[in-house]
Write a protein that binds this ligand. Structure first.
Ligand code: ATR
Length: 265
């Protein structure tokens, strides 16, 4: 039996075990997906121990995404982002990926959103950082808007072809954009959007990383404007899909994983 898992502290109530185990079943893989909660300073040690124990793959969440870099060979995008959320033990040293970035780009692509032209990323925290690098990696120009404007400028200085802004620039940025991704917590458990509704338009693909609720105020406003909308569960799903495909080399059973995830959200 193969073992996969998640390390975090707190690891909390994760949707990854049922989503991944449903995929193993569908693919006929004899495996389990378990959660581990190492001490807050034990991320790299946990990865080394997992390698010793023959664990095949790990997902990594807060607060370990930076620390585990010391225990892996990061893939180029993960290295640029400076954070790893998926470890593949099929190589020596293990390879570290950042599927937050790919989760967003695959979620958008799965809804026929072309990753061309100009993107706006709202938020410059961990998620905003990964998504900004991911969209830039696709060749998009990225405008980053953040409540704390200095953080947007700092991030934009690292991301190719990116500019940093305060939230007050969002109206203008979004009017001219092709893709918009919300990576702030605005809209989580509240009926509020970080983006002025009158800037949204029909030529826009909008992904909201918030998935509680699934239908956020931003996505409702975007749908009303005729935009293509992609909810946060798609980003969660494709992070898992990408990890599973890296670990197993198989094509993930996307529909099954999507069904299991949405049943539990
Ligand atoms: P994550 O890992 O999910 O990205 P994070 O690193 O804590 O979480 O980042 C949270 C993001 O949401 C930040 O961009 C934060 O803006 P600041 O950098 O100014 O703190 C943004 N955010 C959180 N609450 C917000 C609010 N009420 N209005 C606007 N932005 C908010």
């Amino acid at each position: 039996m193969d073992v996969y898992g998640l390390i975090g502290n707190p690891v909390g109530h994760s949707l990854s075990p049922p989503m991944h185990e449903a995929a193993y079943e569908e693919l006929g893989i004899d495996a389990r997906y378990v959660t581990f909660e190492p001490p807050a300073d034990g991320g790299a040690a946990a990865v080394e121990s997992a390698a010793t124990l023959g664990v095949r793959g790990l997902n990594v969440t807060i607060p370990f995404k930076q620390d585990v870099l010391a225990a892996v060979e990061p893939a180029p995008l993960a290295e640029r982002i400076g954070a790893v959320n998926t470890v593949d033990f099929g190589t020596d040293p293990p390879t570290g990926y950042n599927t937050d970035a790919v989760g967003a780009t695959r979620a958008l692509r799965s809804h026929d959103v072309a990753l061309e032209g100009t993107a706006v990323v709202v938020g410059a925290g961990g998620a905003g950082r990964a998504v900004a690098f991911g969209l830039a990696d696709e060749g998009m120009s990225v405008g980053i808007a953040n409540r704390t404007e200095s953080k947007a400028h700092d991030l934009a200085a690292e991301v190719p072809d990116a500019t940093g802004h305060g939230l007050d620039a969002l109206g203008e940025l979004v009017t001219d954009a092709d893709v918009l991704v919300n990576c702030t917590s605005v809209g989580m458990k509240e009926d509020r959007s970080p983006v002025p509704a009158d800037a949204l338009h029909a030529d826009l693909g909008v992904l909201d990383a918030v998935y509680d609720p699934i239908e956020t105020r931003l996505l409702r406003d975007a749908a009303e404007a005729g935009a293509t909308t992609v909810d946060g569960a798609w980003m969660l799903l494709y992070q898992g899909v990408e990890a599973l495909e890296r670990w197993t080399g198989a094509d993930a059973p996307v529909e099954k994983m999507n069904r299991v995830l949405r049943e539990r959200l």
